[in-house]
Design a protein around this ligand. Structure first.
Ligand code: HEC
Length: 119
């Protein structure tokens, strides 16, 4: 039992040590979060990713015209924080809730910036 516990503590320490340190520059941080939160499981950027959700390679150019009265910035923020607010025609409402849970305001800003620059 004690040995098993010791092993767990060792593994937990190693896992923590392996976590990438947060990028400081916002665009780089946004890309890091995009990878960490596994957005590419359902979205394509630059030819790589899954097909459950829309291709995001040009989302920076289209986000501003997706929902009436919302700027690109607002639309992208809502897409992450509250995915059910607007459903892109032709897709199902399957984007996971709670992706932004645990993210700081600065992290959400960074993710939005990263998406806006995909033009
Ligand atoms: C399980 C699949 C899945 C994952 C994981 C996922 N999404 Fe989505 N996402 C979708 C689907 C499906 C839609 C289209 C339906 C809708 O609008 O909610 C969507 C829509 C979007 C849109 C709007 C796209 C447009 O063309 O207007 C954005 C932006 C977006 N997702 C960003 C993200 C980001 C950022 C992440 C990671 C933090 C993420 N998604 C993770 C499935 C997913």
């Amino acid at each position: 039992m004690r040995r098993a516990l010791g092993l767990c503590v060792l593994l937990a320490t190693l896992t923590l040590a392996c976590e990438e340190p947060p990028e400081r520059e916002p665009f780089a941080r946004g890309g890091q979060l995009y990878r960490k939160l596994d957005c590419a499981r359902c979205h394509i950027i630059g030819g790589e990713g899954g097909h459950l959700g829309p291709d995001l390679s040009r989302i920076g150019s289209v986000a501003g015209s997706r929902a009436a009265g919302q700027t690109a910035e607002e639309y992208l923020r809502r897409s992450i924080v509250s995915p059910g607010d607007h459903i892109v025609p032709g897709y199902n409402d399957v984007m996971p809730r709670g992706l932004a849970r645990g993210l700081s305001e600065a992290d959400v800003d960074a993710l939005v910036l990263f998406l806006r620059r995909q033009e």
